[in-house]
Design a protein. Structure first.
Length: 258
């Protein structure tokens, strides 16, 4: 991943940038102005195990509505890495994302989601923002989704959690374009590999379960979302089961109209 994916036009003639940070770094504002800061923790990885398809929880969401910045200031940005899905075992937790620096009285924190283990992963919490939302929990099935407007949508036994930020575009203090729900996949198949769908932006990865001796893969979570589980049942054992990876965290910095 690139350290800075670029200055993306946020509408209004392209005069105000949206900056996407996908890796930890020291960030210096490219121009003076007021910004909105969105911080999203990483999703937890799903479990891969014949005993069950427990999925990961989504990372928390922290938002600073408006902060005056100058080119003389700087910020320490940490972007959490998504938790790995379990290979015939438990997943791992998602990493925390944080922003600290000039003008902030406290560190903006969005904690990572918990992994799918012997139970579904819980969503990560958030603190010190004007908005602090807990990520959606995993389930014995699909991964949890990031919550932009409230607690994130949880996964269920039948599907992954969907984003509550669907529709529209991101910019001017808003996040849009989130992913929809992906359904649980359970196939009776003689195929060698069964893959559950990955989650879209902020949405959880779907889960899968076997009815035949094959390789089963849970879907990976979208940005900040939980990975889907890959599990067994009482009728057959998988050749191998791999939980989906949790989505990496992200930090978005959007310049606001004056």
């Amino acid at each position: 991943m690139s350290t800075l994916s670029g200055l993306i036009s946020a509408g209004g003639g392209g005069a105000l940038p949206q900056i996407t940070l996908t890796q930890s770094q020291t960030f210096v504002p490219p121009q003076d102005g007021n910004v909105c800061i969105h911080v999203i923790g990483a999703g937890g990885g799903g479990k891969g195990d014949n005993a069950g398809a427990d999925s990961g929880g989504a990372g928390g969401y922290c938002k600073k509505n408006s902060l005056a910045v100058t080119t003389g200031g700087s910020f320490t940005v940490v972007v959490g890495a998504g938790g790995a899905g379990g290979n015939d075992g438990n997943g791992s937790a998602g990493g925390n994302s944080t922003v600290a620096g000039t003008g902030l009285s406290a560190t903006l924190t969005a904690n990572g989601g918990a992994a799918g283990t012997s139970s579904q992963g819980s969503g990560g919490t958030a603190s010190n923002g004007d908005v602090n939302n807990t990520g959606g929990a995993g389930n014995t099935g699909g991964g949890g989704a990031v919550g932009i407007y409230g607690t994130g949508n949880a996964g269920s036994a039948e599907s992954a959690g969907k984003s509550d930020a669907q529709g529209g575009t991101s910019g001017f203090g808003h996040i849009g374009g989130g992913g929809t729900r992906q359904n649980f996949r359970q196939w009776e198949s003689t195929g060698l590999s069964i893959d559950a769908p990955d989650g879209g932006f902020l949405a959880g990865g779907a889960a899968t379960s076997q009815l035949k001796n094959a390789y089963y893969f849970g879907g990976n979570g979208g940005i900040g979302a939980g990975g889907g589980g890959a599990g067994g049942n009482s009728t057959a054992a998988a050749a191998a089961a791999f939980g989906g990876d949790g989505g990496d965290g992200i930090v978005l910095i959007q310049y606001l109209p004056s």
